[in-house]
Design a protein around this ligand. Structure first.
Ligand code: TYM
Length: 487
């Protein structure tokens, strides 16, 4: 049964002349998860941002594939200050739970970015994490007092501001071996940016982040080195990229502490990633865990990196990094860029269980980069599929088609057709995907074996990376201390 709050909203929208449909799903906060679950993409979804513009609140509707340009809004409205509302302000203004913002926010001046009309049908919030609203984009012009404006930039065109060297930073925790999600969502982006030759790239094993949840110290020491080897085996070139352990550049931790002075506890407590971890480890709700996003902001901003290749699950953390950069720049006159995400085609790899994302911490959800063909085949065969072909695809089957799109794109249409005419043998699709995944991983596995046999080389990479990273990090910390009155 649809929630009353959702029914009332839909009725109100009908009264305004906005015909709509409501799509049901499990409780999901992130737009990427919602669209993925419903079989759409971020191209179809529109977010309502509640913003504080000088002393007033406004609502801005933007497509999820675009990013708000603060500059454009400020210019348009002739205002001095502009920021995203805090979670408390959001709840007060909308009366809704975070992540459920709707297109219609009564009593608020609403600006719709012109890109919203780039799609005929669009998806948005309903006030409930279980339902998503769908309507014709054109119909949004019927909302009371709305204005169509040009206030976004496409995500990939966003330029980091005032840094003279264009830098890229990313990191992976040392909580286990790399899986396919890490590879497709992050490492492929690392490689692409390194290869472009346009950036100074810094890639890190964020070992200090690994201690923010309960861990085994012997496993950590081993895992962190294995990830460096994974980076090299994936094809990162230590002559081009700086490859480091986070703990070997302690300035990351020092800067994180300075940053923590501009972040409220409430802001950190509201992050969905924090809430998830507390649920997973209720007895380990530590200061380190609460500080996780602040340390991540420090990792990125210490190199003044404007571009961060990470999966879509990291977007809330990047938002925090941007807020910290803005706050530091406002308060202390620093010149931190507002880092944006560099997305790969595999920005959200679903779990093999058919529920949620592929994750190191969820058993049976992932494929390791070192898995053999037999193992991969067994894992892919275990993805739950519908018993009969045709009709609505089950979540597991949608997952298989995501893999198919990534690994055998030219065969997707054929498989979809045979699904529709009910001739599809699931095992045939599964085995084809397994083979294609293995084909991509095989060269990685061969390189990995060679690199593992040369531990001296690995030591050299780590030593050289630390030195180069130090030089940059030291400068930033010195500048921040000076600007904050500590030097
Ligand atoms: P971590 O260790 O959880 O994940 C590492 C990277 O893998 C991506 N990823 C995925 N991408 C697509 N689909 C999936 N199922 C999937 N699972 C994981 C993540 O998005 C990430 O890019 N907070 C970070 C580590 C970090 C960091 C940083 C990243 C610390 N400081 C500074 C960038 C910049 C994390 O937990 O990643």
């Amino acid at each position: 049964m649809t929630d009353k709050i959702v029914l009332d909203y839909c009725k109100k929208m009908e009264e305004l002349g906005i015909k709509n449909k409501v799509l049901e799903h499990p409780p999901l906060v992130e737009a990427a998860q919602v669209v993925n679950h419903l079989g759409y993409t971020l191209d179809d979804s529109v977010a309502t941002l509640i913003m504080k513009a000088d002393d007033d609140f406004i609502a801005v509707l933007r497509r999820d594939v675009t990013k708000i340009s603060f500059k454009k809004i400020k210019k348009l409205l002739g205002i001095e200050s502009l920021r995203i509302a805090t979670p408390e302000e959001f709840s007060k203004v909308t009366g809704l739970e975070i992540g459920t913002a709707r297109f219609y926010v009564p009593n608020l001046k609403t600006y719709i970015d012109k890109e919203v009309f780039g799609k005929k049908y669009i998806l948005g919030g309903t006030g409930s994490l279980n339902y998503t609203f769908q309507c014709l984009s054109e119909d949004l012009k019927k909302l009371p007092g709305v204005e169509v404006v040009d206030v976004t930039v496409p995500i990939e065109q966003e330029k980091s501001h005032s840094t003279s060297v264009k830098r890229v930073f990313s990191g992976i925790r040392a909580t286990g071996r790399l899986h396919l999600g890490n590879y497709l969502g992050a490492v492929k982006g690392f490689l692409e940016l390194e290869k472009s030759g346009e950036y100074e790239t810094v890639y890190c094993v964020v070992d200090v982040h690994s201690i923010t949840t309960p861990y085994d110290k012997n496993a950590l020491a081993k895992n962190k080195r294995e990830i460096i080897i994974d980076y090299l085996a994936a094809g990162l070139d230590p002559k081009k990229s700086i490859i480091i352990y986070q703990s070997e550049v302690p300035e990351h931790i020092e800067l994180a502490f300075y940053f923590s002075s501009v972040v409220t506890i409430a802001r950190m407590q509201h992050l969905p990633t924090y809430k998830d971890k507390v649920k997973q480890h209720p007895d380990a709700n530590t200061m380190a865990l609460l500080n996780y996003p602040v340390l991540m902001a420090s990792d990125i901003l210490i190199y003044k990196a404007g571009l961060v290749p990470v999966g879509i699950d990291q977007e809330p953390h990047l938002e925090v990094a941007r807020e910290i950069a803005r706050k530091m720049n406002q308060l202390y006159g620093t010149d931190f860029p507002e880092p944006v995400r560099f997305a790969t085609k595999g920005e959200y790899i679903p779990s093999l269980t058919g529920e949620g994302k592929m994750s190191k911490t969820v058993v049976n959800s992932f494929i390791n980069l070192t898995d053999s063909l037999e193992k991969i085949r067994k894992k892919i065969r275990s993805v739950p599929t519908a018993t009969a072909a045709g009709g609505e695809m089950s979540p597991g089957l949608k997952t298989l088609f995501i893999f198919a799109q990534l690994f055998i794109p030219s065969e997707v249409e054929g498989f979809k057709k045979s699904y529709q005419d009910k001739s599809l043998q699931f095992v045939e699709l599964k085995d084809r995907i397994a083979e294609a995944i293995y084909k991509e991983l095989k060269p990685f596995q061969e390189r990995r074996a060679k690199i593992s046999a040369d531990q001296k080389y690995v030591d050299e990479v780590i030593r050289d990376g630390a030195e180069r990273a130090h030089r940059i990090a030291r400068e930033t910390v010195k500048e921040v201390k000076h600007k904050m009155g500590l030097l």
